[in-house]
Write a protein that binds this ligand. Structure first.
Ligand SMILES: [Zn+2]
Length: 71
């Protein structure tokens, strides 16, 4: 009989460096990675201005007919 092997489903990987996460700072592996993620997140929040007008599909720029149709 083979005993069921505990699946590592609950073991998350650190999103920063992919090491196994530590309970105290999950889902990160260390305080350092947590800080890195936090700083990235904060930068993302403050980097929002300017992205709203960036919705244009790059492929449209190669097709003048598509651009006119949008007008
Ligand atoms: Zn990490």
């Amino acid at each position: 009989m083979s005993e069921p092997v505990p699946t590592p489903l609950l073991k998350r990987k650190c999103p920063i460096c992919s090491k196994p996460s530590v309970e105290a700072v999950k889902p990160f592996c260390s305080k350092r990675c947590a800080d890195i993620d936090l700083s990235r997140w904060l930068k993302g929040v403050y980097a929002i201005p300017g992205t709203e007008n960036d919705e244009a599909d790059p492929t449209d720029q190669d097709d003048p007919f598509n651009a006119e149709r949008d007008l």
